[in-house]
Design a protein around this ligand. Structure first.
Ligand code: F6P
Length: 357
């Protein structure tokens, strides 16, 4: 009989509770106990430790349907350089490792993005404990998995936003700019932009020129269409490499963000009337889509199976229509942003979508 811990780490997303439920269900089938650690590694850092036993009776299908994470999460503080109240950074890894051993765990499942897995892997190596990772992030940038938990729901939310913006754009003859999340990768923007019928999609992997965007808007107008939809990923850069949302804050003209800047430039260069919607955390907070629930369920159950087989330092992944697992260090090394030969970029170009280059 084993005692395993599970924690969620980094930004939340839809589907985390479905992962937790599946892990508990599978562990229960093996007669094991699952301990839910509160707020990522913070639960192991606090004294007293913060955790709860996740009994199967608590893991109803209602929990699976719920957004967010019942365990809480945090993205504050690398335990190897933890920001202290006095402004200094302290290595607190020993305290976290101590927390793991105090709980008498046989293994830990971490549900996180690439940054979290990197930290948890290092902790596991240093502390001599068994670790299995599950990829989650709306950004979908974890390597060696086709999809991470939370991405599908985030894309659905962004696509629905475009569906809702289109009629109001057409009614007012406006260019609607939708700013979506994606800290370093443009997967949400590209997927939602294609599915939601965008005319322009700007992603961080392709530096954009405002002239190219303006040309596209003029081209749309020439066809007699009075509106346009522009999707902007929060981390896009201009063609000369400027990170607009940072560099323009506090400059001559203050912009609310990159979407605001793009909208201003479109209006300035084409004379079009523009409006901006910043989708923000709305993309993270809803009931998980069926696909996120499905993938989350497969991931949670498979992580427990790996522990049963004594296979550690692995990342559960989705490939070729099924759940698999890959070496964790390889997944961390293969950061997955949009490569220049990405098939969806080709699709976007085939549809006449301007990518800003
Ligand atoms: O990594 C997920 C993500 O939602 C990014 O898309 C976004 O840049 C960031 O997290 C927002 O983080 P926070 O919740 O700390 O505002």
């Amino acid at each position: 009989e084993k005692r395993i811990g599970i924690l969620t780490s980094g930004g939340d997303c839809a589907g985390l509770n479905a992962v937790i439920r599946a892990a508990v269900c599978r562990a229960d089938g093996l007669g094991w106990t699952v301990i839910g650690i509160k707020e990522g590694t913070s639960g192991l850092l606090s004294r007293p430790l913060r955790y709860e036993a996740l009994t199967p009776d608590k893991m109803t299908t209602a929990v699976m349907r719920q957004g967010g994470t019942i365990l809480g999460t945090t993205n504050k503080g690398d335990p190897f350089a933890f920001p202290m109240a006095d402004g200094t950074l302290k290595d607190r890894s020993v305290e976290i490792i101590g927390g793991y051993h105090e709980l008498g765990l046989d293994a830990l499942i971490g549900v996180g993005g690439d940054g979290s897995h990197q930290i948890l892997r290092r902790l596991a190596q240093q502390g001599g404990f068994n670790y299995v990772g599950i990829p989650k992030t709306i950004d979908n940038d974890v390597g060696l998995t086709e999809v991470s938990v939370g991405f599908d729901t985030a894309v659905a939310v962004a696509t629905e936003a475009l569906d809702r913006l289109q009629p109001t754009a057409a009614s007012h003859a406006r260019v609607m700019v939708l700013e979506v999340m994606g800290r370093d990768a443009g997967h949400i923007a590209l997927a939602a932009g294609i599915a939601g019928g965008a005319d322009v999609i700007l992603i961080p992997e392709i530096p954009f020129s405002i002239d190219s965007v303006a040309d596209k808007i003029r081209e749309v107008r020439k066809t007699g269409r009075n509106f346009a939809l522009v999707v902007v990923s929060e981390a896009v850069k201009t063609i000369d490499g400027t990170k607009v949302h940072k560099d323009y804050h506090g400059g001559e003209k203050r912009f609310g963000g990159i979407g605001d800047y793009v909208a201003f430039k479109i209006a300035d260069t084409t004379g079009a009337e523009t409006r901006v919607t910043v989708l923000g955390h709305v993309q993270r907070g809803s009931m998980p889509s069926w696909r996120d629930r499905l993938i989350a369920s497969a991931f949670g159950a498979h992580a427990v199976d790996l522990i049963a087989e004594g296979k550690f330092d692995r990342l559960v992944a989705w490939s070729d229509r099924r759940v698999i697992d890959v070496p964790l260090q390889d997944a961390i090394a293969e950061y997955q942003d949009i490569k220049h030969d990405d098939a969806l970029l080709k699709t976007a170009r085939a549809l006449g979508i301007c990518l800003g280059d």
